[in-house]
Design a protein around this ligand. Structure first.
Ligand code: ZN
Length: 511
C-alpha cells in the first residue's frame, strides 16, 4: 500500500499533530495551573503556535501530496488509506478556503465581542450586545460563503460541516421536530401529573477531597487509564486528548452538590475514553504509524458527545450504577450519605425541572434547550431572523416549549458564550450526541443482555468493549451516519432516546 507520497503525507500530518499537542498543552495549562499574570504572555505563545500550525496545514507541499495520493491506484485500492486521504483533502480544502484577513478579523472581533457579551450578560442587556452579534453573524456568514453551500444544502450547512461533517440542517430538523413535540409532552406529563423524587441525597455536604477521590474510583471502573491520563480542577470543565498516551480531564467541585462534579467527571471521562481508544499509540506505547492522520482522530463532535453523554446518563444515571456506586461512595462521603438507599440516590439523580439554563438542565429538558438554539441560529444565518428580534423569538419559543416565561435575557438568549465568538452550527451536535448515545446503548444491550447485572457488580466492560470496537478504533474512517448504520443497523432516529427517557422517568414520577 504505502507509496512514498503517502508515507511523506502521513509524516507531514504527524509533525502538524505534534505541534498541535504543544498548543493543547499550553491551553490546558492556562485553564488549570497558570497564574493569572501569565495571560498576556500565554496569548503570544498560543498565537505563535497557531500560526505555525496553520502554515503546516495549508502548505503547498501538503496539497501536492494529497493530490498525488488521491489519484494513486495503490492508495485508492487500500480502503483505510483511501479514507485517510479523503479526510485529509477535506481538511486541506477547508483550511485553504478562508482568506487570512477573514480569519484574523474573526479572531479579533470575536475576542472583543466575547468581552461585550460577558458584560451584557451580567447586566442582562441585550441592546449592548446586539451590534456585536450583528458583526459576528455577518462575519460568520462570510466564512460560510467561503466554504460554499454543500450540494443540495443551505448556507448554515457550511458551518455545521465544521463540527458535524456531512450533516445537513434539513435532515437534523426532520429528526428534531418530532422529538421536540414528544419531549415537551413527556415533560408536561411528568411535571403536571407526576410526583417528583425526594432530592435530600443530592444535598449532602461532601468535601472536595472526598468527591475527587470518589471520582477517580468511578473513572477507573469505567476503564479510564490513569497512567495515560489525569484529572484536574478548572472553572469550565473540558477533556483534552493532549497527545498519544496523555488525555487530560478537568472538573469543578461544589461541596453542597456532589452530583455536579460526579456527572461532570463521568461526562469528561466518556470523552477521555474515546481519546484513549483512538489508534494514536502502538502496542509498545509509541506514537502509531497513523498518529496525526484522520484515522487516529475523533469522527465528529456529535459522536464525541455520544460517548460522554452515554457514560453520564445511560450508565451514571442508571439504577444499576448506584447498586455498585452507593457502597463505594459511602466509604468516601461518610454517614450523612450512608443513610440513603441506592434507589433513593438513583431517583434523585433523575430530577426533571423546567429551568432556564441549558448547562444545568436535566436529561428530559436538555434537548429542548438545544433545539431552540438550533432553530434560532439557523434563522440568523439564513437572514429570516433579524438580530434585534432574537430575544423576542427566543422567549416566545421557550414558552411554547416548556410553558414558562423567560424572566430576563441573562437567563434567555444571553446565557451561552458560543455565538459571541462565532460558534454557530455547534449546538445541534449536543442533541445529536444524545440521540447517538441512546441508539448505541440499545445495541450494547442487545449484545450484552445482562448489562445491568454486570454494571451493578462494577463490571462496565461491555460498554467499553463495544464502543472501542464500533467507534473508537475507527477514527474518521467512516462518516458519523455510516458509523451509526454499521454499528446499530439503522439510521439515526428519535425513538431510542424517547424509549430511554420514558422508560426511566415515568416510573420515577409514577405516571
Ligand atoms: Zn461534552
Amino acid at each position: 500500500m504505502p507509496t512514498s507520497s503517502y508515507a511523506e503525507l502521513c509524516s507531514l500530518k504527524r509533525e502538524a499533530a505534534t505541534l498541535a499537542s504543544v498548543a493543547h498543552l499550553l491551553g490546558w495549562d492556562q485553564e488549570t495551573y497558570m497564574p493569572s499574570g501569565g495571560t498576556a504572555g500565554r496569548a503570544e505563545m498560543s498565537a505563535a503556535m497557531a500560526g505555525l500550525i496553520h502554515e503546516r496545514e495549508t502548505s503547498k507541499r501538503l496539497g501536492e501530496l494529497i493530490a498525488a495520493c488521491a489519484s494513486d491506484k495503490a492508495v485508492q485500492t487500500d480502503d483505510a488509506a483511501a479514507a485517510n486521504v479523503r479526510e485529509m483533502r477535506r481538511d486541506y480544502d477547508r483550511a485553504t478556503k478562508l482568506p487570512k484577513d477573514l480569519v484574523t478579523e474573526l479572531a479579533n472581533v470575536g475576542a472583543r465581542s466575547q468581552d461585550a457579551w460577558k458584560d451584557a450578560r451580567k447586566k442582562s442587556d441585550f441592546k449592548a450586545f446586539q451590534p456585536w452579534l450583528e458583526k459576528m453573524v455577518a462575519l460568520t456568514r462570510k466564512k460560510a460563503e467561503c466554504y460554499g453551500v454543500p450540494a443540495g444544502g443551505e448556507l448554515y450547512d457550511a458551518l455545521l460541516d465544521e463540527y458535524e461533517p456531512d450533516a445537513r440542517a434539513a435532515e437534523i430538523e426532520a429528526v428534531f421536530n418530532p422529538l421536540r413535540d414528544r419531549l415537551s409532552g413527556l415533560v408536561a406529563e411528568l411535571l403536571d401529573n407526576g410526583t417528583p423524587p425526594d432530592t435530600a441525597s443530592r444535598k449532602v455536604h461532601v468535601p472536595e477531597a472526598a468527591q475527587h477521590a470518589f471520582g477517580l474510583k468511578v473513572i477507573e471502573q469505567m476503564g479510564f487509564d490513569l497512567t495515560r491520563g489525569r484529572l484536574d480542577t478548572t472553572t469550565h470543565p473540558f477533556c483534552e486528548g493532549l497527545a498519544p498516551g496523555d488525555t487530560r480531564l478537568t472538573t469543578r467541585y461544589d461541596e453542597n452538590y456532589f452530583m455536579a462534579a460526579l456527572y461532570g467527571i463521568m461526562h469528561e471521562a466518556g470523552h477521555g475514553l474515546y481519546e484513549q481508544g483512538l489508534p494514536k499509540q502502538d502496542a509498545a506505547g509509541e506514537p502509531s504509524s497513523i498518529y496525526g492522520t484522520p484515522l487516529s482522530e475523533a469522527r465528529s463532535l456529535g459522536i464525541h458527545e455520544s460517548q460522554s453523554r452515554g457514560w453520564e446518563n445511560f450508565v451514571g444515571r442508571g439504577r444499576a450504577f448506584w447498586d455498585w456506586a452507593k457502597p463505594v461512595a459511602d466509604g468516601f462521603f461518610g454517614s450523612a450519605f450512608a443513610k440513603f438507599s441506592p434507589d433513593q440516590v438513583y431517583r434523585a439523580s433523575n430530577l426533571v425541572e423546567r429551568s432556564f439554563i441549558r448547562v444545568e438542565a436535566d436529561e428530559a429538558t436538555y434537548n429542548l434547550h438545544v433545539m431552540l438554539r438550533f432553530g434560532i441560529e439557523r434563522a440568523m444565518i439564513s437572514g429570516d431572523l433579524a438580530i434585534k428580534d432574537v430575544p423576542g423569538e427566543w422567549n416566545e419559543r421557550f414558552e411554547r416549549m416548556l410553558g414558562v416565561k423567560v424572566p430576563d435575557d441573562a437567563q434567555g438568549c444571553l446565557q451561552d458564550v458560543h455565538w459571541s465568538f462565532g460558534l454557530i452550527g455547534y449546538f445541534p451536535t449536543y442533541t445529536l450526541g444524545n440521540l447517538y448515545a441512546a441508539q448505541f446503548f440499545e445495541a450494547i444491550r442487545e449484545e450484552a443482555p445482562d448489562l445491568d447485572a454486570r454494571i451493578a457488580k462494577g463490571d462496565m466492560s461491555p460498554v467499553l468493549d463495544w464502543t472501542r470496537k464500533h467507534i473508537h478504533s475507527l477514527g474518521r474512517r467512516f462518516t458519523a451516519a455510516e458509523i451509526c448504520e454499521r454499528a446499530t443497523g439503522k439510521p439515526l432516529g428519535p425513538d431510542p432516546l424517547m424509549r430511554h427517557l420514558e422508560g426511566k422517568l415515568r416510573p420515577i414520577y409514577g405516571v
